[in-house]
Design a protein. Structure first.
Length: 378
């Protein structure tokens, strides 16, 4: 039985005269007979803004890679002069679209400006001079003549119901600064047979993107404050003990702030060391935080771990706190201790308890999400 759409998935068409409404529910491209190349690709070529940004299409079905028969759905240019590799899927689940797109971006990273001009000329059926002028006008820079080696990636699909893929995308963005984006295009069918396409940028959230970029630029140019330096030194001492325990999970660098995270494969779920409190009353949490967009999901995850509290309590020699209302929207499970004055003993406690938390909780999380996946398939 298919999942019922949530209220956020519905579209209501209102008649202005009599106030009658028609409720539209989301469809699947597959059920509508929509094909990736014949329909979805052609729609985006004609209307690139479906992907949430202004783009100039350079070419489609690009396969001119040395010693490879791979084919990129769409290669485009963004207004900031970034080459954009676009991978399209009707349904993203079990497609490995993220790995495909990374490979294509690597292939396209060697493309030259002149090659791009020739491809645009072929696509637009114009001369190379006309194509070049079109590109220069699009980026509003008459001196533009060189591409960088880091193409942007856009994954576009009718559904993004593959949490492994979205977790991978977030990991690439957060840890390696890969500019990779996910755009969901949901179709709705009108009674007269026409389709309504509703694009939604899932990653990065549009309202957060500009803030994140500005924050990163500011952090790169500012000298850390005394408080930031203190946090960095404390986080560095935690990593000194944590890296030998779980080298593959340790953050690459100590964070300059009151918290430091260890990623999971699940979007909105992470482990975290968190220092809180004021002056002489500061404490340190070793925690798992549930910070998905859904308050209900966060609390359900916290309750699930609470159902296994005996398993957790056996691992720790102190109280384990299950906080369903950690902050306004999030939930957390943690152990806590005072952390002033800061010592190596505290840092070692933080490292060892994080290892215990990760090794205990991750198998439980896997069980939880597997069951959720099965439920979705019923």
């Amino acid at each position: 039985m298919a999942n019922k759409p949530s209220v956020h998935d519905l579209i209501f068409v209102m008649e202005p005269k009599d106030g009658k409404q028609v409720q539209l529910t989301p469809e699947k491209f597959e059920n509508l007979g929509v094909k990736e190349r014949q329909h979805l690709e052609s729609w985006i070529v004609r209307h690139p803004k479906l992907l949430g940004t202004d783009l100039l299409v350079i070419t489609t079905e690009y396969d001119k890679f040395d010693k490879s028969d791979k084919r990129v759905d769409i290669v485009a240019l963004a207004e900031d002069k970034k080459l954009v590799v676009i991978e399209l899927k009707r349904d993203i689940e079990h497609t490995l679209a993220d790995l495909q797109a990374i490979r294509y971006a690597a292939f396209c990273s060697t493309m030259t400006f002149d090659e791009m001009v020739e491809l645009r000329a072929g696509h637009a059926n114009s001369s190379t001079d006309a194509a070049k002028q079109e590109i220069l006008d699009f980026v509003n820079d008459p001196n533009f003549d060189k591409l960088d080696t880091t193409p942007r990636i856009i994954l576009a699909a009718g559904t993004f119901n593959d949490q492994e893929l979205t977790s991978c995308v977030l990991w690439l963005r957060n840890n390696f600064n890969v500019d990779i984006r996910c755009v969901e295009i949901t179709p709705y069918r009108l009674d007269d047979g026409r389709l309504v396409l509703v694009p939604r940028v899932l990653i990065p959230l549009p309202e957060a993107e500009q803030y994140i970029v500005k924050t990163e630029k500011k952090a790169a140019t500012q000298t850390p404050s005394a408080a930031q330096t203190e946090y960095r030194d404390r986080n560095s001492s935690i990593l000194k003990f944590f890296r030998p325990l779980m080298p593959e999970r340790a953050p690459a660098e100590p964070w300059v702030g009151s918290y430091m995270q260890v990623k999971t494969r699940y979007s909105g779920v992470h482990f975290e060391w968190y220092q809180r409190g004021q002056a002489k009353a500061k404490t340190l949490d070793v925690a798992i935080h549930f910070e998905t967009p859904s308050v209900a999901n966060n609390r359900a995850l916290c309750d699930f771990l609470k159902d296994h509290r005996k398993t957790l309590i056996q691992q720790f020699d102190q109280e384990v706190v299950f906080d369903r209302e950690w902050g306004d929207h999030y939930s957390s499970v943690f152990v806590r201790r005072p952390c002033l004055p800061w010592t190596d003993e505290i840092a070692e406690w933080a490292a060892k308890n994080m290892e215990k938390l990760i090794t205990t909780v991750e198998p439980l999380l896997q069980t939880y999400f597997v069951k959720q996946g099965q439920a979705n398939d019923v």
